[in-house]
Design a protein around this ligand. Structure first.
Ligand SMILES: Nc1ncnc2c1ncn2[C@@H]1O[C@H](COP(=O)(O)OP(=O)(O)OP(=O)(O)O)[C@@H](O)[C@H]1O
Ligand SMILES: [Mg+2]
Length: 354
């Protein structure tokens, strides 16, 4: 079985790269290959031009935080954090100072003599982060390093990691399931699917201009419709149910192409009386999912032969919540309609009409 197939990522020195993708898509496998803890059957791993592919893990200057934050169980917190320094021959005085520094950074002052089993999951995770950073590695790999922390701590650790990264300038590859983390922390974002990179670049661009249906559907919350794009008389997409959406043109798609169209739930609004009739559809509120800050409605839209998700944040003066069964009109501005070539229909120069 192939866990990772043809992943190619070039990371610049000092960059913070975030990697997202569904469970089982090959994120951990990729990191294990880079760290030297698993050997790829093909391909090469280079760091600053040096081929590392056959170099054992302990000879690579790479700090790793595993998904399961495997600390050495018989070493104290202090010994865990100082391990990389000891391996590199740093004397005990200096080691102690650095360990104290790291403990302060992760807010675990006084924990040096404790053992991992005496720490909570979140504390162990922070120790694992400190262990990976303590010896000033050339590269740090983090696999879901904050997954065990509560929301508050996760938020502060996220800022802390970014601060440490900015201060040390250490090149970092950071795997996460959390979209907010992926979009907010990364200088660049890689979206993985099924052992392959679907898109790699500016996080904002990946969110706003996804290149594949997978990326469009994976980032954010949206409703998908399939259709056909046409240029004339104006740029539009006719959906399978025979409805037309006005859209703005984008480079990837040309006249007659099959496309996947996405309505992001935060970009769909409830139309008021004077709304432009373009991209406006009648519907009935089905499920109401009250989430506190947001209210997410599932609106049944017969014309679209689909249920459209609408995020109702502040849409009703911030007070009223629509009831199930309410009749509504939903609408979306043409420039907010996201669409990509359908799977396997990526346009090539040869296929483009002249
Ligand atoms: N040691 C292994 N032997 C065989 N298959 C494996 C092994 N480790 C992982 N796999 C398989 O390789 C694929 C990729 O696994 P990987 O752990 O890289 O996924 P992941 O993206 O990190 O997922 P998650 O988000 O759940 O951690 C999966 O289908 C998994 O079942
Ligand atoms: Mg994993």
């Amino acid at each position: 079985m192939t866990a990772v197939d043809g992943i190619s990522l070039t990371v610049e020195e000092g960059e913070f790269i975030t990697v997202v993708g569904p469970s089982g898509c090959g994120k951990s496998t990729t990191l294990l290959n880079v760290a030297g803890l698993q050997t790829p059957t093909a391909g090469t791993i280079r760091l600053r031009g040096q081929d590392l592919t056959d170099l054992p893990a302990y000879e690579r200057d790479i700090g790793v935080v595993f998904q399961d934050y495997a600390l050495f169980p018989h070493k104290t917190v202090g010994e865990n954090i100082g391990f990389g320094l000891k391996m590199r021959g740093v004397d005990s005085e200096q080691r102690k100072r650095r360990v104290e520094e790291m403990l302060e950074i992760i807010s675990l002052e006084g924990y040096a003599e404790m053992y991992p089993h005496e720490c909570s999951g979140g504390e162990q995770q922070r120790v694992a982060v400190a262990r990976a950073l303590a010896f000033d590695p050339d590269l740090v790999l983090m696999d879901e390093p904050l997954s065990n922390l509560d929301k508050e701590l996760r938020h502060s650790m996220r800022n802390e990691l970014k601060r440490i990264q900015r201060e040390t300038g250490v090149t970092t590859i950071y795997v996460t399931h959390n979209q907010t983390e992926a979009l907010s922390m990364g200088d660049r974002l890689a979206v993985l699917n099924d052992g392959q990179v679907e898109q790699f670049g500016d996080p904002k661009n990946a969110y706003q201009n996804p290149e594949t249906p997978f990326v469009a559907g994976f980032l954010g919350q949206s409703s998908r419709l399939d259709g056909v794009y046409s240029d004339s008389p104006t740029p539009q997409i006719e959906t399978a149910s025979g409805v037309t959406f006005d859209v703005t043109p984008q480079g990837q798609v040309g006249d007659g192409d099959d496309v996947a169209l996405f309505l992001r739930n935060e970009l769909v609004g409830f139309a008021t009386g004077d709304a432009d009739p373009a991209n406006t559809f009648e519907g009935v509120v089905g499920e109401v999912d009250y989430q506190g800050r947001d209210v997410v409605y599932l609106v049944d839209v017969p014309e679209l032969d689909s249920v459209v998700e609408v995020s109702g944040k502040r849409k009703h003066g911030g007070t009223d919540v629509l009831e199930k069964g309410a009749s509504v009109s939903i609408s979306i501005a043409p420039e907010d309609v996201i669409y990509t070539p359908l799977e396997g229909q990526v346009r090539t120069a040869e296929a483009a009409p002249v």
